[in-house]
Design a binder for this molecule. Structure first.
Ligand SMILES: C[S@@+](CC[C@H](N)C(=O)[O-])C[C@H]1O[C@@H](n2cnc3c(N)ncnc32)[C@H](O)[C@@H]1O
Length: 390
């Protein structure tokens, strides 16, 4: 194995790996294990990574690692799992064979591949990739059974992936030592609820309990049928109003995506009262402040309906973010999906943890809402959780 370790070290140091395929599992009796791993360089957020695709009998999962981890990961795969590999680098191809007793033979050949510029990988890397059929995406009519995304559904496909990137970013903030409970308020047709369940439960193997809640009984019925069909045992859909939902006493993550107007605030209130670790909320049609906001200084802006509407929506989200900070969250506002696809594109991402001086934040908040002459829903709903109003 020493020669192989040296080769892996050399490849990892020189960074010339173009592709690798590892196959021939050592222990074939292990059920549900992956049978092949393919590795390729990809560019993510402007940085070189290696993407490992793990091939199971009925699915493929992906892991992106930094170059610093490549040597260790390859060594581990050779030492524990695979007996055969083809490593294609800029300098040579290496055919690796390892006997049952770990005797290694390496055949070196002229390089069969050129490095390219990662240009095809410069295409956006998605968590769910086109070309690999994902059951829930097939069922929801986003891709066909060969994994080809329908042209008309590409925006939805992109939105689902963007959402999953955000889930990926917060997965570490969720409890790791027990099943995680997630509620999606105003789940509607539940594309993103299914995506979330697939990603966390099927791909990341987390223990989950997910509830999707919506007012519309017919939509909820269809979602329940689909969850059953997909075998998503811990995904339930319920009919109900967010403000009245009181079935659970502990919830770790609350999601709301385009829940209308103050339905978003009702969901944020629930999340805060549950002490949820993570809140992901993309608001929609924030009308509340539109009827309240008044400020002579802002007249040149507020006298135009279209500007007043947009300003009110932005001010509503600023208020929500500040109130969450005051109530013990670290809150960020992020672009959910390109503006060209939907103007409702701001995501409130709040993770449990202090944002600093609570009294100072409260003072800032009060000044802001007084300046706007606003009385926001969320402040009223969470009165008992906030500092005393002046
Ligand atoms: C624009 S849809 C978004 C659906 C889904 N979250 C998505 O992103 O595709 C808004 C959904 O919120 C639901 N909704 C609005 N107010 C609600 C409330 N108070 N309680 C439960 N659901 C609500 C509506 O029935 C509708 O299905």
């Amino acid at each position: 194995m020493e020669t192989l370790r040296k080769l892996i070290h050399q490849i990892a140091e020189e960074g010339g790996l173009i592709s690798a395929t590892l196959s021939q599992r050592r222990n074939k009796s292990e059920e549900q294990a992956y049978t092949k791993v393919q590795i390729k360089p990809v560019e993510l957020k402007g940085q070189l990574h290696y993407q490992l695709a793990y091939y199971f009998s009925n699915k493929v999962t992906h892991e992106n690692i930094l170059p610093a981890l490549l040597e260790e990961r390859l060594a581990e795969l050779f030492e524990t799992t695979f007996r055969q590999a083809l490593l294609c680098t800029v300098d040579a191809d290496y055919q690796v064979l390892i006997s049952k007793k770990f005797k290694v033979s390496i055949l070196t050949k002229a390089p069969s591949k050129t490095a390219g510029s990662l240009s095809h990988n410069r295409k956006k890397q998605y968590i769910l990739e086109e070309g690999q059929a994902v059951p829930f995406l097939v069922e929801l009519g986003i891709m066909n059974e060969d994994g080809k995304v329908f042209a008309k559904r590409f925006d939805k496909f992109r939105q689902i992936n963007r959402f999953l990137e955000m889930i990926q970013d917060v997965a570490g903030d969720l409890p790791q030592d027990r099943p995680v409970t997630i509620v999606d308020f105003g789940c509607g047709k539940s594309y993103l609820t299914f995506a979330l369940y697939h990603y966390l439960s099927v791909e990341r193997r987390m223990r989950l309990n997910v509830v999707g809640l919506d007012l519309k009984a017919d939509v909820i019925e269809r979602c329940s049928v689909l969850a059953n069909k997909l075998g998503y045992e811990n995904l339930r859909f319920l009919v109900g109003d967010i403000a009245d939902y009181d079935e659970l006493s502990r919830v770790d993550m609350v999601v709301t995506l385009h829940a209308c107007d103050t339905a978003t605030d009702a969901a944020l209130e629930k999340a805060v009262r549950w002490n949820a670790s993570v809140i992901l909320s993309v608001p929609c049609c924030q009308h509340e402040l539109m009827g309240q906001v008044k400020s002579p200084v802002l007249d040149p802006l507020l006298s135009h309906g279209i500007l007043k509407e947009r300003f009110s929506a932005l001010a509503t989200d600023a208020i929500r973010a500040k109130l969450l900070d005051i109530m013990g969250y670290r809150t960020q506002l992020l672009e959910f999906i390109d503006m060209e696809h939907t103007p409702k594109n701001i995501m409130i991402r709040a993770v449990k943890g202090s944002s600093g001086d609570r009294e100072g934040l409260w003072k800032e908040y009060v000044q802001f809402r007084q300046f706007l002459s606003a009385l926001p829903y969320l402040e009223n709903a969470c009165r008992d959780l906030l500092p005393k109003a002046d």
